[in-house]
Design a protein. Structure first.
Ligand SMILES: Cc1cc2nc3c(=O)[nH]c(=O)nc-3n(C[C@H](O)[C@H](O)[C@H](O)COP(=O)(O)OP(=O)(O)OC[C@H]3O[C@@H](n4cnc5c(N)ncnc54)[C@H](O)[C@@H]3O)c2cc1C
Lengths: 415, 1010
């Protein structure tokens, strides 16, 4: 792989950029791989990356029905934080967050990780107590957060109306090293690194069936023919239920549309990520200048990857109330993605009823932030056949045992 | 130089001059102008700077597709950035300034980027800014952010208001050009209820500019007649200034009405969001012209041919005196003819097609215009404005054949139907090879719940380009829609238009064909975001082959216009680079809104106090007058406490607690959820909903009940009263009333629909007051003494956990002997209409007994002193009743209830679960809210092991020390043990607390049972 640098840009600029290599190859599938990963979203690609990097397993195919990064990885609002309440969540999200800190250098691809700080507003006394609890938990989990005063909130976000008549701001949970990253770049950076390790990323190839013999996976059927494998990793977010069905088991998950929207680009006006759960909306500003806005999920299951208007209305209303100056700005684009939601709002990184088949799913509305940590943990599970400490609590058996990792406790909107 | 022509301009009123300013410069336009027309009329061709290279930008289009000419509009509380001048109606006193430059529009330091554009290609930022690591966050990102963005940010709260409108129609027609008018007429002729909306302030669209005849009349005459006809039909509503913004599932559409953008401050709402439910939607949204890709096509003065014609015909404004026309289709000849007719010069028409024949070319030649076939532009000369072009052969590499001086270039790369609204909800497209554009595929329309199509296209939006085809198509579309929406068959005849002969378009994606890399680096695709032909080619070379990858890597089509001008050209370049057909590349997704719509309009009236519904109890006004400090609980406002002057909230709360324990307190408990559950199967139903038995509760008695989710977690609690044989009244928490009501309905409607049970939420029908304290009975008896109420409130007549109906004083009351404070307590419900009077009467009568109202915080403290749990404090969705020592409230006899199976799962019966205990700090301090108790060592992930947490923690004014409840591992077996709670206030201290019984106050219950 030819490295990217300012120097390389200067060199290429001099010759009309004719010397740049492909960021990743587009190979024909081989007959068989050691590991087949279904889904070239962030989680699938990160799984592949750490299979190679941590375990030296590189005879890997990542099969994608559309274009890599085109699922939720390319649709989300890119909030990265690890101020989760429950221990297992904080562990994996903080692992992920810390890997984001060096991702650009690790991948030699600028993913623009921007630890600008994430703020979760408390607007009821109940929320104040909830976030104080999270702050206590985080301190013991090694996650750096702080409960801050309304005055400090105002200093960090001058455009916020902290004295709104309906829900005055009573404080906030503040994670100074949370932030955002460029979502496409995360997928592209991993894809480039995986391709460089000799892995095959096969796009426009849909997995249509799972082959098995003696209770173990033997390969997958795809729109480009059969592809054999020793191990199978299913990492398809909103399509998890469908894929699990093909592999012969069911999941305690629902697929629902989650929407986001952006404003027209404006000069910098908000430097941190603000999440307001009582009024139900959150906002940050992209480096390009758009206000990036999101809220809750639609109230019905579907696969359409588009949303309804009423949710946009609810979200925008909340944010106009919180940031009155945005009233005269305009919504430029709204879109939706299909997120995979479990009963306890926590993910699944697990063995499955089918031998040598593993699943990573259920990240729901908040799995962009976890991509590197999830890939790390999933690679370990696939390579060793047993989960390591990061994934240990996220097995499917928890639903049978009632051992939930409930994050809705802490926050209504979990991105 | 652009200027106002001496004559012409069908939309302007030259008798009404209007003053406005641009960058502080005073200018004049006319009523009927768009800001774009007025600027051009005043000679202003340079209006902004591009996003990345800060290149000079002029006006390119005449409609909402404009990517360049965005300005800051207005001032102060009416300031807004990124306003398109092409869609801004001029008004007297308008002020605007240009964007994205420093120090000035003419001299912009940021244009240095232009010099480095060779290095700042697509995606360059993914390849650099990585070293050293902190540089991105500390140095580069702030620079990138500062130089990106376009307009400035409003500083003040918006002075305007907004509203929502609801419309239910059979047929919604979007677009008021001739196609929309024809479709509305034919749809209306089926008897359907029709709404026709047009985004501009005038009817007729492009056809009026293009000329021709309909039904033997000039187009304008036909338009006027059609409008009049529609206005007079009872089943038709027509409105201008409303843009079709989005199409959603099931015929839901949004319209964006700019009510008062052109009359700021006149008191009307500025925007109105229309929420339209239509059985059928006809999109008559026209077509958008495509630019051509030649070197320097972004220099101010280069304009879309159709737009240049619009300015002449509609507003009497010329973009230049010498206009070179460059095209690959017939339509641009009309522009050449219009320029000529306005008395201006057209030095040459460059027609990239091999031959330039047909009636329009003939007409141009007849008008004395030089027409060159097979030719194109090698390069546009000029910096901040066009000074000339080099002519070349389209087939070659761009060797200059001739230099021509000119001050404007009109370009046309063909027309693309506006397919946005069609596509929003899943309509698919096909590539039309002959016309070189994507058009809606009528066989793959958006479908509704019944699988039937609910969007039809009409006119140019279908792909019809000649007037005859447009009218025939639109007329048919209106009929189809009317019929599909339930109308009758109509025999109305289609408007008549004579067919015309047009020469076919020849697609031209790069001009000239063989342009080398230096030229391709100067061919703009996305004018605002500075994406050039070379950028798309680079993306393809680097493997960003999906059209979505290319878009995201290059930012093509991601600007304010969302690629209205750039998308098709871009994907044609991409297809060529990948050696594949255009349909194999496909388009990116069209998303709502069609053009940006204001957040204000989306939020509507829901602001400030009205942001969310406010629920107030009948006594609310009294609380407010008494100076209560309120807290939001659900949609309610409840008094948190009633501070007297000079008192802190804490002092007020302590006073309220002590007074209630010693004398008499009143709590407005009206917010408490009250659900009437009635019917022959009500008992059976409640036995399923609650963990304890409710069916065997005797009439006249109360029982405290718990509700769990299917997963066994405690979700709500409250006192249930049996009213009569088949009626129960269930109290829920204040925040839980609606949720629990919905939960009950969910089960009744989806699972047990055959059970005869009816649930009514009567929360707001009743005002409820908790009369609490040693003097509670006295005050109520005094009311009876005063006004002769009949209810016997003695301990014998109304024992603890029973209720009675009757008169207390003058009031129709239901009194419950229940207590959440540990004191003698009556909760008394009266009809909501009597609530305030009852409250006042209690205060009056209570004077001698030391009456004082108390708020929610006092309530919390008193219940904590008694060890009563609170939903939301002791519970958080992960706690089961067994954790809280509430086993006594879980029936062992019932075969089933919600949560029963779940509570038998292995993790639920795990002896290591944390259990409820009381906590008493060793030093009397208050444990911080949310604190955790730490154990030994760390877990496998390096996190400190925890053994418990505090759930409620208060200073107890009664006991004069900190008290708390908490969940602790093996807690009930560890009474007397001391555990530590580290603080996070930076003091690095650990609060030590002893595990005790959670009942701190009156453990025997002597006070409440008197
Ligand atoms: C609007 C929105 C906002 C969000 N905001 C945030 C946020 O701010 N912060 C945050 O942390 N998270 C956020 N999320 C969640 C986050 O985007 C997801 O959790 C995360 O991207 C999931 O990544 P993934 O790799 O698991 O899934 P995806 O990126 O969806 O990848 C799954 C891939 O599998 C492919 N696939 C599916 N079926 C098949 C098949 N049969 N054969 C082959 N391939 C298949 C899909 O095409 C897709 O590319 C948001 C999500 C949405 C929709």
């Amino acid at each position: 792989m030819r490295r990217y640098s300012a120097f390389a840009i200067a060199r290429e600029g001099a010759r009309y950029h004719t010397g740049w290599e492909r960021a990743w190859r587009s190979p024909k599938p081989k007959k068989k791989y050691d590991v087949v990963i279904v889904g070239a979203g962030g989680h699938g690609l990160a799984t592949a990356f750490y299979l190679g990097k941590n375990f030296g397993i590189t005879n890997v195919a990542i099969i994608e029905k559309g274009w890599l990064g085109g699922g939720n990885t390319g649709r989300n609002t890119t909030i990265i934080r690890s101020n989760y309440l429950q221990d297992p969540s904080a562990a994996i999200y903080e692992k992920a967050r810390s890997l984001y800190e060096t991702m650009s250098q690790d991948l030699n691809y600028n993913v623009m990780f921007s630890p600008r700080g994430v703020m979760m507003l408390a607007q009821t006394h109940h929320e104040v107590r909830g976030y104080q609890r999270t702050a206590h938990a985080n301190a013991l989990q090694g996650v750096s957060t702080e409960f801050i005063s309304p005055q400090r909130v105002k200093e960090l976000v001058p455009i916020m109306d902290i004295n709104g008549p309906r829900y005055p701001v009573l404080g906030a949970l503040w994670q100074p090293r949370g932030g955002t990253a460029r979502h496409d770049a995360v997928a592209w950076g991993y894809a480039r690194a995986c391709s460089d390790m000799g892995m095959d990323i096969i796009q426009k190839c849909e997995v249509t069936g799972v082959n098995q013999a003696g209770g173990k996976v033997t390969g997958v059927q795809t729109t480009l023919g059969e592809i054999g494998c020793d191990k199978l990793a299913i990492v398809v977010a909103g399509n998890s239920g469908d894929l699990a069905g093909k592999a012969g088991f069911r999941l305690p998950m629902e697929s629902v549309a989650l929407q986001a929207l952006v404003s027209e680009p404006i000069k910098p006006t908000i430097d941190v990520v603000v999440m307001a759960n009582t009024v139900h909306g959150y906002m940050s500003q992209s480096d390009k200048g758009e206000l990036v806005i999101g809220g809750g999920t639609d109230g019905f299951n579907n696969y359409t990857q588009r949303g309804s208007f009423h949710h946009v209305e609810e979200t925008v209303r909340a944010l106009v109330e919180t940031f009155p100056i945005i009233s005269r700005l305009r919504m430029m684009r709204q879109w939706g993605g299909i997120v995979d939601v479990t009963g306890d709002r926590s993910p699944v990184i697990s063995k499955t009823p089918l031998g040598n088949t593993f699943i990573n799913a259920g990240w729901g509305t908040g799995g962009f932030k976890s991509i590197p940590g999830s890939g790390w943990a999933m690679a370990e599970l696939v390579a060793k056949g047993e989960p390591g400490p990061l994934a240990a609590e996220f097995g499917l058996d928890r639903f049978r045992e009632g051992r939930f990792i409930d994050e809705s406790v802490a926050a209504g909107v979990a991105h | 130089m652009s200027t106002r022509l001496a004559q012409g301009g069908r939309l302007i009123d030259r008798s009404k001059a209007m003053e406005f300013t641009f960058n502080g410069k005073r200018m004049t336009g006319y009523a009927g102008d768009t800001l774009a027309a007025a600027l051009l009329g005043a000679g202003q061709t340079l209006v902004g700077r591009s996003f990345k290279y800060h290149r000079p930008r002029g006006i390119l289009a005449s409609g909402s597709e404009e990517p360049n000419a965005l300005v800051h509009l207005g001032e102060g509380a009416r300031f807004e950035p990124d306003q398109r001048v092409t869609t801004t109606e001029l008004f007297d006193g308008l002020t605007c300034t240009s964007q994205n430059h420093w120090p000035s529009l003419e001299f912009d330091v940021g244009a240095i980027n232009n010099k480095f554009s060779r290095f700042l290609t697509a995606g360059f930022y993914y390849k650099t800014f990585m070293f050293p690591r902190v540089a991105w966050e500390k140095l580069f990102e702030p620079i990138v952010r500062q130089s990106a963005g376009l307009g400035q940010v409003p500083k003040e709260r918006d002075a305007d208001r907004y509203e929502h409108f609801y419309a239910h129609v059979d047929v919604l027609v979007v677009g008021g050009g001739v196609a929309g008018l024809a479709a509305a007429r034919s749809a209306a002729s089926t008897g359907a209820k029709v709404l026709l909306i047009e985004q501009t302030n005038h009817w007729g669209g492009r056809a009026v500019v293009d000329g021709g005849e309909i039904d033997g009349m000039p187009v304008e005459g036909w338009v006027n007649k059609a409008v009049e006809e529609l206005e007079n039909m009872a089943n038709v509503t027509i409105r201008t200034r409303i843009m079709g913004a989005g199409v959603y599932d099931h015929g839901y559409a949004t319209g964006y009405e700019r009510v008062a953008d052109h009359t700021p401050g006149d008191g009307r709402p500025r925007h109105r969001l229309w929420r339209i439910r239509a059985k059928q939607i006809v999109t008559a949204t026209g077509a958008i012209e495509r630019p051509l890709s030649f070197a320097g096509n972004d220099i101010p003065g280069v304009m879309l041919a159709g737009a240049l014609r619009d300015y002449i015909v509609n507003w009497g404004v010329s973009a230049g005196d010498r206009v070179v026309v460059v095209t690959n289709n017939d339509d641009a000849y009309r522009t050449a003819l219009a320029v000529k007719a306005a008395g201006l010069n057209v030095p040459m028409i460059l027609d990239a097609r091999a031959e330039a024949g047909g009636p329009l070319a003939d007409a141009a030649r007849e008008a004395g215009i030089r027409v060159e076939a097979g030719k194109g532009i090698a390069k546009v000369h000029g910096g901040k404005k066009v000074t000339g072009v080099s002519v070349c052969a389209q087939a070659g590499e761009g060797a200059s054949l001739e230099e021509i001086k000119c001050d404007a270039v009109a370009m046309s790369g063909g027309w693309s139907p506006v397919v946005h609204l069609w596509s929003h909800c899943g309509g698919k497209l096909i590539w039309d090879v002959e016309q070189a554009h994507f058009r809606p595929d009528p066989d793959r329309a958006p479908t509704s719940h019944d699988g039937a199509a609910f969007v039809v296209t009409a006119g140019s939006a279908t792909g019809a380009l000649s007037l005859a085809d447009v009218m025939a198509d639109a007329h048919a579309a209106g009929k189809v829609a009317g019929k599909a929406a339930g109308g009758k068959t109509s025999s109305k005849a289609a408007p008549e238009v004579a067919p015309e002969t047009m020469q076919p378009i020849e697609p031209v994606w790069v001009m000239p064909q063989g342009a080398g890399p230096d030229k391709r680096m100067k061919m703009w695709l996305d004018f605002q975001n500075d994406v050039k032909v070379s950028d798309v080619q680079l993306a393809a070379r680097e493997g960003y082959e999906s059209v979505e990858h290319t878009k995201r890597y290059t930012t093509l089509g991601m600007a304010n216009d969302q690629g209205k001008l750039s998308n098709i050209n871009g994907l044609a370049i991409l297809s060529d680079a990948l050696s594949q057909e255009i349909p194999a590349t496909g388009t990116t997704t069209f998303r709502p809104p069609y053009n940006p719509i204001s957040f204000g309009a989306i939020a509507g009236e829901a602001r400030g106090e009205l942001f969310q519904p406010v629920r107030q109890t009948p006594m609310h006004a009294w609380h407010a007058e008494a100076g209560a400090y309120f807290e939001p609980v659900g949609h309610w406002y409840r008094p948190y406490c009633y501070p007297k002057s000079g008192e802190t909230h804490e002092q007020a709360v302590n006073r309220e607690v002590l007074n209630t324990r010693e004398n008499l307190g009143l709590l407005d408990a009206s917010t408490l959820g009250k659900l009437v559950v009635k019917g022959p199967d009500a008992g059976k139903f409640l036995d399923m909903m609650y963990t304890n038995m409710m069916s065997n509760l005797a009439v006249g008695k109360c029982r405290y009940g718990l509700m769990c989710s299917e997963n066994g977690f405690l979700s709500d609690d409250g006192v249930v009263a049996r009213i009569d044989e088949d009626t129960w009244l269930c109290h829920t928490t204040s925040g839980g009333a609606d949720r629990i009501h919905a939960w009950m309905e969910d089960w009744l409607q989806c699972e047990w629909w055959d059970w005869n049970v009816y649930v009514a939420n009567v929360t707001e029908q009743l005002a409820q007051v908790a009369v609490v304290g040693p003097n509670a009975r006295k005050v109520l008896e005094k009311l009876n003494d005063q006004a002769g109420g009949g209810m016997d409130l003695s301990a014998e007549a109304l024992p603890f956990m029973q209720w009675r109906d009757g008169k207390i004083g003058n009031f129709d009351a239901r009194a419950y002997r229940i207590s959440f404070s540990g004191e003698l307590s009556y909760e008394i419900a009266v009809p909501a209409s009597q609530g305030r009077a009852f409250w006042d009467a209690l205060l009056d009568a209570g004077g001698e007994f030391g009456v004082m109202p108390y708020g929610t915080e006092c309530l919390h403290i008193m219940r904590a002193e008694k060890g009563f749990i609170m939903i939301g404090d002791e519970t958080d969705g992960t706690v089961i009743p067994q954790d809280l020592g509430l086993n006594w409230a879980i029936s062992k006899k019932k075969e089933d209830f919600m949560g029963k199976r779940a509570q038998s799962r292995s993790h639920m019966t795990d002896p290591d679960r944390w259990k409820l205990v009381g906590l008493e700090t060793l030093d009397g301090s208050v444990i911080p809210d949310g604190a955790y108790a730490v154990g030994e060592g760390v877990n496998a992930n390096g996190q400190k092991n925890v053994i418990g947490r505090v759930t409620s923690t208060y200073y107890s004014p009664t006991l004069k020390k900190g008290i708390a409840m908490g969940l602790v591992k093996h807690g009930p077996d560890r009474m007397g043990e001391v555990i530590g709670f580290p603080t996070v206030d930076g003091s690095n201290t650990v609060v030590k607390a002893k595990i005790v019984s959670p009942v701190f106050y009156d453990p025997e219950g002597e006070k409440q049972n008197v």
